[in-house]
Design a protein around this ligand. Structure first.
Ligand SMILES: Cc1ncc(C[n+]2csc(CCOP(=O)(O)OP(=O)(O)O)c2C)c(N)n1
Ligand SMILES: [Mg+2]
Length: 808
């Protein structure tokens, strides 16, 4: 290379570096001004709540420099600078979220559903199909519970490992480039106290996945300092034992100051490069970050910080430190970047620019509202003219007009009041307003209630039943049907993988994956540690990256360990992104008819009330269960499948159309027709009902037996009420506590389907006792409903109806 050319290159690169530094500076100032102005917007009442990323700007700039297309973030509410730096958040979008603008074009993270500071990218097309995730930078959608971002982070990172090592997925180029994608986690220092943090850190160390975990350490968790949070008051010291040495697994651990620009850049470069290449996780402990405005808009930090602490935070504020560093920096050629005065000028100009963007966001937000007001207002005014209550209506309209910063709630209140004032009157403007409100109500459904489940063409609820077909009458153990069906799935779908406690080597405690690990390898069928929350997290993260995980939770009772993450994260993914992300994870477990306080296998009411957003399948046998897996793998929603623990060795006919037969969601099955009483049940208890029905027939009582098959969705075609029209009597049976899933089924059938209208006898539920079942067969018999209990409950209904025909 000629000297001349080398010189040009050198000068260009110094210029480039200067420009990059100045551009970083501008972004830091922009983000800071967003925080300062955001707080004002909340305190003046235009937004409800604010939690900002001030004090954490510089580290996030360094992290963003290493973030590539295809990478994923799983973080928390302080990360606005990062989101801006990767080009996934504009200032206007920031304010749109603060105001809760419901238009996803304006507020792409959640369409106004999540409070500000909760970030997400849109990873799906409008029709629910995947975008090319390798052409964009990705952030999984934040949730508010501290450390709730951790379990899914594990799966996001593990997906890279699966993609890198499973050659059958080599052409999945919309999701991966040879497994080179890194999952970036962020968390606050105090939130590292949560169990989910430790569980995830340990699991990622064992699994050796490409995860870069940043801790923004500002020393506080709201008002509680870190000496009450962390052993030794220092998270990286406490984690020192996790450090990788030459021949161990573990972490690369880094410490860096949150105001030290060159060190931050270097640290992130080193950490991410190493992690990306070697699939060894890194932990970056970013110390001495600050929170200039305190925790959130809910309080002021002067209440709990000493003047010295506040003074220190001012001095080490990363924006100030960055300014000083830039002003003092000299390149080897003697050139400088900018003077303090120039930097102040830049900062001032950015402040103005942020103000303008905020105003634009407010104007767009209020314009949407005004568009609705302008639809309603003329009708309210016309109604005033046509009503005998003109004066009162005019007052209601005037009150609405005088509301400061009115929202749709004010509009609906006013319109309903106006309609109430016209009770008994009838004229066209009134009908027009009624119709308009009904239409608006539908629009509000779209804004606030859509996308709890998939709305795409792949929704599993849209998948029709395919009956199992049989060649002969050969009977096999139920587990064999599951096993052969899984085998078919693994052979045909390279993106399907399963993992859990004892899932790998022995193929599950009930051996329904027997031999699968040998055949398909450890990457596809694997053992995990005993850590239910992160087993589900692995599943969520991998599902967010296009894989089809089946996460196994060994027993239903232990679902409680991961119920929080199912409820807060998995169940809300589509909803909280308004269809921007999906994680079609299947969680597989087994329960019912278990014995013992911690093997009860029945807390269904608790579960279904907490996981709306996840389908809940309760098959009564293994053919049904296998059929659910086939349905769900064709769909794009998350689901929980609860197999019957006592069904693995029950005999069933072996279907021939493995992998093809499908159990439909939300379609109950009338298993036996009858005339006198309808019994509605599911799962193992259903099989007891079959026995009881047989005994009842012997005393002249004909029972119609209905298996609901799925608790969520529940009987989408309202078919159970048809049975009530015939029998006029109903008993709901399960082994949950009183008021649990039987209470839910009763509400669905009697209230939602209008079943009360057809009843001639009081509706009944039969449940277990409110305590957990005692150990042993007698413990079970006297704790849970048994065949005799079901017989007696039905007989009692018939006795009450006709004591002569059904005497005691
Ligand atoms: C499970 C849970 N418990 C409590 C809270 C309330 N809360 C929100 S933020 C916070 C403090 C978090 O501190 P830290 O992790 O250090 O993050 P920082 O806000 O300091 O950046 C608490 C207690 C919550 N959101 N979730
Ligand atoms: Mg903190």
């Amino acid at each position: 290379m000629s000297n001349e050319k080398a010189e040009v290159l050198e000068t260009t690169s110094v210029e480039d570096i200067k420009n990059e530094i100045l551009s970083d500076f501008q972004l830091v100032c922009r983000s800071r001004e967003v925080s300062l102005l955001g707080r004002k917007e909340v305190l003046t009442g235009k937004a409800k709540f604010g939690i900002f990323g001030d004090g954490k700007e510089l580290a996030q700039i360094a992290m963003a420099k290493q973030f590539r297309n295809g990478d994923f973030r799983s973080g928390y509410y302080r990360d606005q600078t990062f989101m801006m730096a990767i080009g996934s958040l504009t200032v206007k979008e920031y304010f749109a979220a603060l105001y809760a603008h419901t238009d996803v074009e304006k507020e792409p993270a959640s369409g106004g559903r999540q409070m500000g500071g909760h970030y997400a990218t849109r990873n799906l097309n409008e029709d629910g199909t995947w975008k090319n995730l390798m052409e964009q930078k990705n952030s999984s959608a934040d949730i508010s519970p501290t450390a709730g971002q951790m379990p899914r982070l594990l799966g996001l990172a593990q997906a890279s490992k699966v993609y890198r090592n499973n050659s059958d997925l080599a052409d999945w180029t919309n999701f991966t480039n040879g497994g080179n994608e890194v999952a970036f986690g962020t968390i606050g220092d105090a939130s590292t106290s949560e169990g989910l943090f430790w569980e995830t850190i340990n699991a990622a160390g064992v699994l050796q996945v490409p995860m870069v975990m940043s801790v923004w350490d500002d020393g506080w968790g709201i008002s509680v300092p870190k000496k009450y949070q962390t052993t030794k008051g220092n998270i990286s010291d406490a984690l020192a034992g996790f450090a990788k040495d030459e021949d161990s697994n573990g972490y690369k651990i880094f410490k860096v100051k949150g105001w030290d620009y060159p060190s931050l850049i270097k640290t992130y470069e080193d950490a991410v490069e190493y992690t990306r290449e070697n699939h060894v996780p890194s932990l970056i402990h970013v110390e001495e970050v600050t929170q200039p405005q305190g925790h959130s808009t809910s309080g002021s930090h002067e209440r709990y910080k000493t003047p010295e602490q506040l003074e220190w935070a001012k001095e080490y504020d990363c924006v100030n430190q960055f300014k000083k560093w830039i002003a003092n920096h000299k390149f080897p050629d003697g050139s400088t970047i900018a003077t303090l005065e120039e930097l102040e000028e830049t900062h001032k100009a950015i402040k103005k620019e942020v103000r303008a963007e905020q105003k634009a966001a407010w104007a767009e937000f209020t314009k949407d509202l005004k568009d609705d007001f302008n639809r309603v207002m003329p009708l309210m005014e016309q109604i005033a003219d046509g009503s005998k209550n003109k004066v009162f209506i005019e007052k209601a309209v005037a009150d609405f007009k005088a509301t400061l910063d009115p929202i749709r709630k004010d509009m609906f209140s006013a319109a309903k009041k106006v309609l109430r004032l016209t009770r008994g009157e009838d004229f066209p403007a009134k009908t027009a307003l009624q119709n308009l409100l009904a239409q608006l109500q539908e629009e509000m459904y779209d804004k606030y209630s859509s996308y709890l489940y998939s709305e795409s063409a792949m929704s599993p609820v849209k998948i029709d039943e395919v009956a199992p077909s049989y060649d002969d009458e050969e009977l096999v153990d139920g587990r064999i049907i599951l096993r052969e069906n899984f085998k078919h799935i693994f052979e045909n779908r390279p993106e399907v993988l399963s993992f859990g406690e004892d899932t790998g080597k022995i193929g599950g405690v009930n051996q329904s994956m027997e031999g699968m690990q040998e055949q398909f390898g450890e990457l596809r069928v694997s053992d995990t540690g005993i850590r239910e929350a992160t087993i589900v997290g692995q599943g969520i993260g991998m599902a967010l990256r296009g894989l089809r995980p089946i996460a196994e939770i060994q027993y239903l009772d232990y679902l409680l360990y991961c119920l929080q993450i199912m409820s807060d994260d998995l169940a809300t993914i589509q909803y909280r992104t308004k269809g921007g992300q999906k994680a079609p994870l299947i969680i597989r477990t087994r329960g019912h008819r278990l014995e013992g306080v911690w093997h009860a296998g029945s807390p269904m009411g608790g579960i279904i009330n907490l996981v709306k957003g996840i389908h809940v399948c309760v098959p009564r046998n293994m053919t049904k269960a296998a059929g659910f897996y086939n349905t769900l793998l064709e769909g794009d929603d998350p689901a929980l499948v609860i197999e019957c623990l006592n069904g693995y060795r029950s005999k069933e006919k072996m279907p021939t159309n493995l992998g093809e037969f499908k159990t439909p969601l939300g379609i109950p099955e009338v298993v036996e027709e009858g005339e006198d009483v309808t019994i509605v049940s599911y799962g193992s208890t259903f099989n007891l009902c079959v026995q009881a029905a047989k005994e009842l027939r012997e005393v002249g009582i004909s029972v119609e037996l209905i298996d609901v098959q799925t608790l969520i969705p529940f009987d989408i075609n309202h078919s159970i009420v048809e049975s009530l029209k015939k029998t006029n009597r109903v008993l709901f049976v399960d082994e949950d506590v009183e008021g649990g899933a039987t209470g839910y089924m009763m509400q669905q059938v009697l209230q939602k389907q209008g079943g009360y209208y057809y009843l001639d006898s009081a509706p009944k539920t039969l449940t277990s006792k409110d305590h957990r079942p005692a150990y042993g067969s007698d413990g079970d018999y006297f704790s849970k409903p048994n065949v005799e209990d079901i017989f007696d409950a039905v007989y009692e209904i018939m006795h009450e109806f006709s004591p002569e025909d059904f005497p005691y």
